[in-house]
Unconditional design. Structure first.
Length: 234
C-alpha cells in the first residue's frame, strides 16, 4: 500500500485535501496534533469512498517531537508515494514586536517541519516517482507590516520547493507549491468588495489543485507555485 501523508489533515483545508485525494483513489495518512475526533471522522469519510485511510498523531513544536513522529510514521507507513505539507502556524504581528519564542515557533512549524519530513520521506517517494506539495501563500514578493515573519517562512519554503524540484527531478519526483488566497475561514479576511472575484475561495478549490499535482497527469509539472487566489495580486 502506497500512502500520501497530509499534515494537518483533520480540519479545514487539510481535511478537504484528504477527501479529494480519497475521491481520486489514494490511500491517505491523516496527521493530526490535538484534533483526534476530527481526524477519525475524516478517515471514516475517506474509507466510505473506497480507499484505505489511517490517522497518526504528531506534535511538530519541537525537534525531538518531530523526530519521534517521523520514526512512528515510517514504522507504520513504510511505503509513501506523496507528501502534502499543509500544517502551519500563522502570526499577525509586526516584526519588531515578534518575540524570539514566536519567531522560533514559526520557523519550527512552517519551515523546519517540511524540511525534515521531506528529507525523511524522500527515499520512499523517489522509489514511487511520486509528488510533494507544500502549501504556501500568495504575494510572497510583497512586503507586509503585520505578518512579515510568517511571510518569511513561506517565502523560504517556496525557495526550498524550487531547489528540491531541481534536486529530485532526476528521480522524477515533482515538488510544487500551492498558495491559497483568502478562504472561507481566513482570520484576516478583507471586505469582499476588495477581492477581485468579490468572494473568498473554498477549501475544495484548493484541494482540487493539490490532488491534481498528485496525479500521473501532472508528471511533467515541478518547481511551480500555483496560486488559487481568485486573481489576488495579479
Amino acid at each position: 500500500m502506497q500512502w500520501i501523508l497530509v499534515t494537518g489533515g483533520a480540519k479545514r483545508l487539510g481535511a478537504a485535501i484528504c477527501l479529494k485525494l480519497a475521491e481520486q483513489g489514494h490511500a491517505v495518512a491523516i496527521h493530526y496534533h490535538t484534533s483526534k475526533h476530527e481526524a477519525l471522522d475524516v478517515a471514516e469519510k475517506c474509507r466510505r469512498l473506497g480507499v484505505q485511510a489511517e490517522v497518526i498523531q504528531g506534535d511538530f513544536s519541537s525537534q525531538a517531537a518531530l523526530e519521534s513522529f517521523i520514526h512512528a510514521y515510517l514504522t507504520h507507513f513504510p511505503d509513501t508515494k506523496g507528501l502534502v505539507n499543509n500544517v502551519g502556524n500563522y502570526l499577525i504581528k509586526s516584526t519588531l514586536t515578534t518575540s524570539i519564542t514566536e519567531w522560533q515557533a514559526l520557523l519550527q512549524t512552517n519551515l523546519t517541519t517540511p524540511f525534515c519530513l521531506i528529507k525523511a520521506l524522500a527515499p520512499c517517494i523517489e522509489q514511487a516517482a511520486g509528488s510533494i506539495v507544500n502549501i504556501g501563500k500568495v504575494g510572497l514578493v510583497l512586503g507586509s507590516a503585520y505578518s512579515s515573519c510568517y511571510n518569511l517562512t513561506k517565502a523560504s519554503l517556496w525557495n526550498l520547493t524550487k531547489n528540491l524540484a531541481r534536486e529530485l527531478a532526476p528521480s522524477c519526483v515533482r515538488v510544487n507549491m500551492v498558495s491559497p488566497g483568502y478562504l472561507d475561514d481566513s482570520v484576516d479576511m478583507p471586505p469582499l468588495e476588495k477581492l477581485p472575484m468579490k468572494r473568498p475561495g473554498h477549501h475544495a478549490e484548493v484541494a482540487h489543485v493539490v490532488a491534481f499535482l498528485m496525479q500521473p497527469e501532472s508528471s511533467y509539472i515541478t518547481g511551480q507555485n500555483i496560486e488559487v487566489a481568485g486573481g489576488l495580486h495579479v
